[in-house]
Design a binder for this molecule. Structure first.
Ligand code: IMP
Length: 197
């Protein structure tokens, strides 16, 4: 039997023992993420009916959204990935974006859907959208599992948003702190003493 959280409920049941002490709260349970992905995939299916989609995942945080979204889609979709510089062990954006891994494919004339784990300041995405638009795709839209609207520094068009989260540092479902916690099935917050935020 998995150990229960201090208040005796089952919210921590999906969190491996080794991580439980670090977790402050389960912000978005895995079941809610699954349901939301069903809804988002249905919307994407409807919007891209009879078109061929190129999903562009932003490594590494978007890997689970990419995998779980793609398996729900019924439209024709190809996948590609980009890696851009991100946080390291700090928890605030530097605003400096560097491409560490570019796309393998040409996107001219194609319908591109950027898949993101979280949009925080929006600086990373703003750069990515501009960069991809300069390659003359037929369209560029964005799907983000999470967004922190209160932290936004640039206005961004996000066609598909899973959940709005408050200004707190979250991990799990692909999101990391210092490369850890990505594999958690829920989106959780960490105790203050863990990340010093
Ligand atoms: P932005 O450029 O500030 O929008 O940051 C985007 C990237 O920062 C995301 O793709 C994540 O990799 C990372 N990030 C932003 N907020 C969080 C968070 O709460 N937890 C983990 N990573 C985050």
């Amino acid at each position: 039997m998995p150990e229960r959280s201090p208040d005796g409920d089952h919210r921590f049941d999906l969190i491996p023992e080794v991580y439980r002490d670090a977790v402050e709260s389960v912000l978005i349970p895995a079941a809610d993420i699954e349901r939301k992905l069903d809804e988002m995939a249905a919307q994407v299916d409807a919007d891209y009916a009879d078109r061929e989609l190129l999903l562009v995942g932003v490594l590494k945080g978007a890997i689970f959204v990419m995998a779980d979204l793609t398996r729900r889609l019924t439209v024709s979709s190809a996948m590609d990935f980009m890696a851009v510089s991100s946080y390291g062990s700090s928890t605030t954006s530097s605003g400096v974006v560097r491409i560490l891994k570019d796309l393998d494919t040409e996107i001219e004339g194609r319908d591109v859907l950027i898949v993101e784990d979280i949009v925080d300041s929006g600086l990373t995405l703003d750069y990515l959208i501009k960069n991809l638009r300069s390659r003359r795709p037929a369209s560029v839209e964005v799907l983000a599992l999470l967004t922190k609207p209160s932290r936004r520094e640039v206005e961004l068009p996000i066609a598909y948003v899973g959940f709005e989260v408050p200004d707190v540092f979250v991990v799990g479902y692909g999101l990391d702190f210092d490369e850890d916690y990505r594999g958690l099935r829920d989106v959780v917050t960490l105790k203050h003493e863990v990340y010093g935020g």
